[in-house]
Ligand binder design. Structure first.
Ligand SMILES: Cc1cc2nc3c(=O)[nH]c(=O)nc-3n(C[C@H](O)[C@H](O)[C@H](O)COP(=O)(O)OP(=O)(O)OC[C@H]3O[C@@H](n4cnc5c(N)ncnc54)[C@H](O)[C@@H]3O)c2cc1C
Length: 233
């Protein structure tokens, strides 16, 4: 059997994964239950916050920087593939937000992140500097510090656009993207998996499930105890 990878779920995660595999020449089929106009699922809509600074963990900064580099690479490929249609990062990213913070809490983290996580920022710590540097009149509500990320491409990302570009990339590399394909059943075979969808069977040597919260229910048939390992809680 030809080595075919099937990805179930064409949100941001499944689409990005399918693109990564297609670009290295692997045979990929992406199955998405929605029509081509993506308007359900976690990746729906036109805006998601994306920035380097995160109170949760510096890894978010590293992931952001890596994502921007990978998106640039995708656009370079698409622009070379079809010179008549040029795509730009500004179609996907919007400019940086201002983040308000209290210096006592954040100062150490900001410094650490600028050293280790690539965070670039400017800040003001009084009304005058905040107005001069950031163009903000904070009036009476004066926090101890206001900082603004200056890393390029922090602010918001448009998931709908990014998904459409990822699908273009997959198809341009010879991969297939099928919409209105809801996978209802998976079977283990000697060579991999049979995926039953729209009354047909697609054979896969490898399978990637990126169906968001439905991922574990899809695995139920071949791995009944999956809900003990992964569940919505
Ligand atoms: C309202 C909201 C706001 C958010 N804000 C932010 C933010 O500001 N910043 C940020 O970083 N993150 C944010 N997130 C989180 C982020 O959007 C998600 O982590 C991300 O979109 C998850 O992508 P995914 O591909 O895993 O899931 P999804 O986008 O849900 O993709 C799963 C896909 O699988 C498909 N599918 C499911 N079952 C099947 C099946 N049986 N057969 C075929 N296809 C199937 C679905 O239709 C869907 O398209 C937000 C999420 C929500 C809901």
């Amino acid at each position: 059997m030809e080595d075919t990878i099937v990805v179930v779920g064409g949100g941001l995660i499944g689409s990005a994964t399918a693109w990564q595999m297609a670009k290295t020449g692997q045979k990929v089929i992406l199955l998405e239950q929605q029509p081509e106009e993506y308007d359900k699922g976690s990746s729906r809509g036109e805006s998601r916050i994306c920035r380097v600074f995160s109170r949760q963990h510096p890894v978010f900064g590293l992931v952001h920087t890596r994502t921007v580099a990978l998106v640039k690479e995708l656009l370079t490929f698409l622009n070379a593939h079809d010179p008549a249609t040029q795509h730009s990062l500004s179609h996907i990213y919007n400019s940086s937000p201002v983040t308000y913070a209290h210096i006592d809490i954040y100062q150490t983290e900001l410094k650490t992140l600028s050293k280790t996580g690539g965070l670039e920022y400017i800040y003001g710590s009084d009304m005058a500097s905040i107005k001069e540097l950031l163009g903000l009149d904070i009036g009476e509500e004066q926090p101890s510090v206001v900082f603004k990320e200056t890393n390029s491409m922090t602010g918001t990302l448009n998931p709908k656009k990014l998904i459409s570009y990822l699908h273009k990339g997959i198809k341009a590399k010879g991969g297939e993207v099928y919409y209105a394909h809801q996978v209802n059943s998976l079977e283990l075979t000697a060579e991999g998996f049979d995926i039953i969808v729209n009354n047909k069977t697609i054979a896969a040597s490898r399978l990637m499930l990126a169906a968001g919260p439905y991922t574990s229910s899809l695995l139920q048939g071949i791995y009944p105890s999956i809900s003990k390992v992964i569940n919505p809680r």
